[in-house]
Design a protein around this ligand. Structure first.
Ligand code: SAM
Length: 286
């Protein structure tokens, strides 16, 4: 097995394959040997478990996951990394590398075909340019997965893991909380990557809920309400909802009063129950 935690070895492999980093694909590879084993451990990878990894790079995290899980499917968009992965991880017979864009992939089909009878988890050092779209796709697709353990930029991690109803929360906090219970695991310094990004990172785990904590008639409308509410953070909730949903202010005031929410409240003060009440009352009004 290649010692992928050795920076000298990583550089040697990359130079042998003439690999150059693509900024636009978010290629910052982990070179801190202590991070991947911890991530793999937290991910829930183990006996009877299948893992989906997004963006294996040269396979440092994949290597750890393959040692713990029954099976790993690693989705990598950059085809230049396929021969590299063949060299670094070719010995594993429980690994499948899929050369696709994760955002375009039918993950329900992939899970049914690759992980029959297994518990499934996701573990990834995400390309930062698509952090939220990937997380929201994994959640919105209602995949049969238990948890999503991902490395993201520190600020994104703090936003996702903030308490709903506090100043640190945002649209992503409320949306993620509808599907999962987020947990901050540990911080990772910028120097742990090659090339080093400008910002620090953190590993978070989203424990996927069996059922959402609130009931709404229309999830689509709920997410439109959340998006509109946070669209102009300096404005009051009534103004943001009125412009974001194209509903006149008088009606929005009435909607908020009927939903038990003060008209001059700020979006960040609302709970998931408040958002659900507003959504269901809005649906009735329409
Ligand atoms: N897992 C490796 C590590 O920790 O060193 C690499 C992580 S790097 C931050 C992100 C990886 O995601 C890169 O290998 C990149 O090529 C890949 N990637 C970028 N966009 C992708 C997409 N849309 N679908 C699948 N993989 C993608």
């Amino acid at each position: 097995m290649n010692n992928l935690s050795d920076i000298g070895k990583i550089k040697e492999i990359l130079s042998k394959h003439g690999f150059t980093f693509s900024k636009s694909l978010g290629q910052n590879f982990l070179i801190n040997p202590s991070v991947c084993p911890r991530m793999a451990e937290y991910s829930g990878a183990g006996e009877g478990v299948g893992v989906i990894e997004v963006g294996p790079g040269i396979g440092v995290l994949t290597n750890e996951l393959c040692q713990l899980a029954d099976k790993v499917v690693a989705v990598e968009l950059d085809k230049r990394l396929l021969p590299v992965l063949e060299e670094t991880l070719g010995e594993y017979d429980n690994l499948k590398v899929v050369n696709e864009d994760v955002l375009k992939l039918d993950l329900h089909k992939l899970i049914a075909e690759e992980f029959a009878g297994m518990k499934v988890v996701v573990c990834a050092n995400l390309p930062y340019y698509i952090t939220s779209p990937v997380i929201m796709k994994l959640l919105e697709d209602r995949l049969p997965i238990e948890a999503i353990t991902v490395m993201v930029q520190k600020e994104a991690a703090q936003r996702i893991c903030a308490e709903v109803g506090t100043r640190q929360s945002g649209a992503v906090t409320v949306s993620v909380n509808y599907y999962a219970e987020p947990e901050m695991l540990f911080g990772v310094s910028a120097g742990s990557f090659m090339p080093a990004p400008k910002v620090d990172s953190a590993v978070i785990r989203l424990n996927v809920r069996k059922e959402p904590p609130v009931k709404v008639e229309s999830e689509k409308l709920l997410f439109n309400v959340i998006k509109a509410a946070f669209s102009q953070r300096r404005k009051t909730l009534a103004n943001s909802l009125s412009s974001g949903l194209s509903v006149e202010k008088g009606k929005i005031n009435e909607l908020l009063i009927n939903s038990g929410v003060e008209t001059n409240a700020r979006a960040e003060k609302l709970t998931l129950d408040d958002f659900a009440n507003i959504t269901n009352n809005l649906q009735e009004m329409m």
